[in-house]
Design a binder for this molecule. Structure first.
Ligand SMILES: Cc1cc2nc3c(=O)[nH]c(=O)nc-3n(C[C@H](O)[C@H](O)[C@H](O)COP(=O)(O)OP(=O)(O)OC[C@H]3O[C@@H](n4cnc5c(N)ncnc54)[C@H](O)[C@@H]3O)c2cc1C
Length: 408
């Protein structure tokens, strides 16, 4: 069993505390021992390795930043390093832990009543219960504020109607955190598996994130107790706060996938012989690709670390997190592409992890705010002008400039 040595070109480790290194190295071993041997098979079979959930819970991977309910209350940097290692194993694995921690435990812990917290946090931490987060709808992804799912108060109940799509862990979940429109704006609800009127089914045919369950959720006159509304969540800001947690984790996760691609390509280039008996690593063009990868990974590490330190001090802004998610997932995407090139024909087979990362990263590039949504968030932060929804007046629409003719 070969151990992943990490990527540390600039003595990055010296910037970490002992606790942070320990958290990372523990998960690194878990990924080497338990994930790497089975992940290609899981990907091929379109299966999340659910049998490993108890071990992940044992390692305190769920809700690791929470400091109550016997959870370790790790720093955000330690949490990020855990996400990095998990995604080095597979983006689907990191997605599962991100959803459980950042999109289910975080909102219940932050917006939930004492009863909701006491009921769900211990079960979610131990892996006895699995959660999912339902925000995206078939017609509303980048613009969730326009959601159509509704919740109507009726006596001691809320009645939900609508549909959610692309929901990670949807059919596995014992509890879904569902966002719906009410007379009082967008609110969050806990919908339990088996509730009449609540259905879930898996989306198949994915060629990306195949070791992760992705589902559609349906609500047809789905009646839940009034006490299942998250009392402290109000407006779109609440689900966006959850997304901020998850996006932060992804900024580290992307680095994990990038590191695995770089490490695989570096090892391969040192062993693969072409022309004259020397390894391909001796060629300048090959070194150029490896140098690009290690440079961008190193810059990405410093970026993620600074955002994590700001987060630990309560000073990270949503646009800082957008900067991290946007940059580091792009770095992962580019590293996967370069590594695949360097492996030649071997770059397209599952004897190596590169093509799997390459396909996975396409999902990561799109979810939790597409790359371009983060462009717009950063653009708004630096200019003070929002360009999400350009103010084209309806009467002016007929006068809109016509596309320039480019065909000759
Ligand atoms: C594998 C997977 C798992 C997921 N898991 C979850 C989950 O657990 N829970 C959940 O709620 N959601 C989940 N999602 C949904 C994900 O967050 C959405 O797919 C994402 O937000 C993009 O929405 P969309 O697919 O509807 O694309 P659209 O919003 O339709 O965007 C299509 C394209 O248009 C661009 N675009 C849109 N608006 C603008 C604009 N104003 N300016 C410029 N460009 C624009 C986008 O950048 C994109 O390139 C998941 C998605 C995937 C693929």
């Amino acid at each position: 069993m070969s151990r992943f040595p990490g990527v540390d070109f600039l003595e990055f480790d010296s910037l970490l505390t002992e606790e942070e290194r320990l958290a990372r190295d523990t998960v690194r071993r878990f990924v080497d021992d338990r994930i790497c041997p089975i992940i290609e098979e899981c990907f091929e079979e379109e299966r999340f390795p659910i049998e490993l959930v108890p071990e992940m819970a044992e390692l305190d991977l769920f809700g690791a930043t929470i400091g109550e309910y016997g959870l370790p209350g790790l720093s955000n940097v330690a949490y990020g390093l855990i996400m990095q290692e998990l995604e080095r194993g597979d983006s689907g694995l990191r997605s599962f832990v991100s959803v459980q921690s950042a999109l289910v435990m975080y909102p219940i812990y932050t917006f939930g009543s004492a009863e909701q917290r006491d009921r769900w946090i211990p079960k979610l931490a131990s892996g006895e219960a699995i959660g999912c987060f339902g925000l995206t709808e078939p017609d509303f992804g980048s613009n969730p504020g326009a959601m159509r799912t509704t919740a109507r108060r009726d006596g001691d109940s809320w009645v939900l109607n609508g549909a959610k799509q692309w929901i990670t862990s949807g059919t596995l979940a014992d509890v879904a955190v569902v966002w719906a429109r009410t007379d009082d704006g967008i609110r969050g609800f806990l919908v339990e598996k088996g509730t009449p009127g609540f259905t879930s089914r898996d989306q198949h045919g994915k060629l990306s994130l195949r070791a992760s369950v992705t589902s559609e959720l349906g609500f047809q006159d789905c009646r839940i107790p009034a006490a299942n509304m998250l009392p402290k969540a109000s407006g779109l800001k609440s689900p966006l706060m959850c997304l901020n947690q998850a996006r932060y984790g992804i900024s580290w996760g992307g680095l994990g996938a990038a590191m695995d691609c770089y490490h695989t390509a570096l090892t391969y280039a040192g062993q693969r012989i072409q022309f004259g008996g020397e390894p391909i690593a001796c060629h300048q063009l090959v070194q150029d690709k490896l140098v690009w990868m290690v440079s961008e990974i190193t810059k990405g590490q410093l970026l993620a670390l600074q955002i994590g330190r700001l987060k630990d001090e309560g000073r990270a802004k949503h646009f800082h997190i957008s900067l991290g998610k946007r940059n580091n997932v792009w770095v992962a995407r580019e590293c996967a592409k370069l590594a695949r090139e360097l492996l030649g024909g071997n770059g397209i087979v599952n004897d190596y992890p590169v093509i799997r990362h390459m396909m996975n990263i396409e999902s990561v590039y799109t979810y939790e705010g597409t790359h371009d949504m983060h462009n717009l968030i950063i653009g708004e932060a630096i200019t003070g002008i929002s360009s999400f929804n350009p103010p084209i007046k309806s009467e002016a629409k007929t006068d809109r400039p016509q596309p320039v003719e480019t065909a000759s």
